[in-house]
Design a protein around this ligand. Structure first.
Ligand SMILES: C[S@@+](CC[C@H](N)C(=O)[O-])C[C@H]1O[C@@H](n2cnc3c(N)ncnc32)[C@H](O)[C@@H]1O
Length: 278
């Protein structure tokens, strides 16, 4: 079965996407600074697949002269983005619209900066999606895809015992076979190649690090535990029994081995941003 956006209920993931964005802010903020410094006079920023609007609001703060249009295919996430913009006093410069990809792209205005974070690998045809996004760029405008990087490491290797590598291998195999429960797919070519194929120039990739050493804050521990529970649920039936049990143990608040209690847990990962100019 081929999974697409229609099979995934993104609306359920709102609180998780917000908590995730808050924990990853030290990493993503570096990327957003890098982008906004490259295009400081942007008048319109599009955040396509914005989820609950964390980055969209951040763009509005970093670019006081810009208007930001956040779009997402999930109505509950669009509502969260709208209330976030209102709460932060940004509603006059952050507009929010429910748009399903790829068809909805045709209704969007052209923009100076287009941010597409963790979304392109959910499109049924990423190459076609990137071509359509490239069409929305104004001359000199910047398209930025956040895709890939380095997966999260959180345990010292004696305690990890290869668990993270096995989880990542399962995740990648499901994307490769287009049977991933979240509809993730491997694109047919590298992201920079897809940007060049879309007729864009100055293709570049840069990676940003999230480095939260031990001891982790309570908020980071809680989010890590939520991520591991979600992984266990999502990959149910694909992990070995021993790995599933280990994830159970790592997220059990009553277990001294859990990420909620052990002293040596940390968070280390990288996000890669692929950019190109029209
Ligand atoms: C992994 S989340 C990323 C959210 C946000 N951009 C971020 O970086 O935190 C993927 C987002 O893409 C949206 N999405 C996925 N497929 C979509 C589609 N076909 N049309 C519109 N939105 C879609 C989901 O609703 C979700 O908000």
């Amino acid at each position: 079965m081929t999974h697409t956006h229609d099979h995934v209920d993104w609306g359920e993931h709102g609180p998780d996407l917000i908590a995730d964005a808050e924990i990853n802010a030290p990493m993503v903020d570096q990327a957003l600074h890098w982008l906004t410094e490259r295009i400081p006079h942007a008048a319109l920023v599009l955040d396509v697949g914005s989820g609950p609007g964390v980055a969209a609001c951040r763009f509005a703060q970093l670019l006081p002269g810009a208007t930001v249009l956040a779009t997402d295919g999930s109505a509950p996430l669009v509502a969260l983005a709208r209330s976030r913009a209102e709460r932060l006093g940004l509603a006059d410069r952050v507009a929010v619209r429910e748009i399903k990809l790829p068809d909805g792209l045709a209704d969007l205005p052209t923009a100076d900066l287009i941010w597409v974070s963790g979304v392109a690998h959910h499109l049924p045809d990423p190459a076609e999606g990137i071509r359509a996004l490239a069409e929305l760029l104004r001359p000199g405008g910047l398209l930025a895809l956040r895709e890939g990087g380095l997966p999260l490491h959180f345990l010292p290797s004696h305690a990890d015992g290869g668990l993270t590598a096995r989880i990542n291998a399962v995740d990648s195999a499901l994307s490769q076979s287009r049977t991933h429960p979240m509809g993730a797919i491997e694109p047919p070519r590298a992201w920079p190649d897809l940007l060049a194929d879309a007729g864009l120039r100055s293709v570049r990739s840069r990676s940003f690090l999230l480095d939260l050493p031990a001891p982790l804050s309570e908020a980071a521990r809680q989010q890590l535990a939520r991520t591991l529970r979600r992984t266990r649920q999502m990959l149910d039936g694909h992990l070995t029994g021993a790995d599933a049990d280990r994830l159970e143990q790592l997220t059990d608040p009553g277990d001294p081995e859990s990420v909620l209690r052990r002293a040596d847990v940390f968070m280390l990962r990288a996000a890669t941003i692929h950019t190109a100019v029209r």
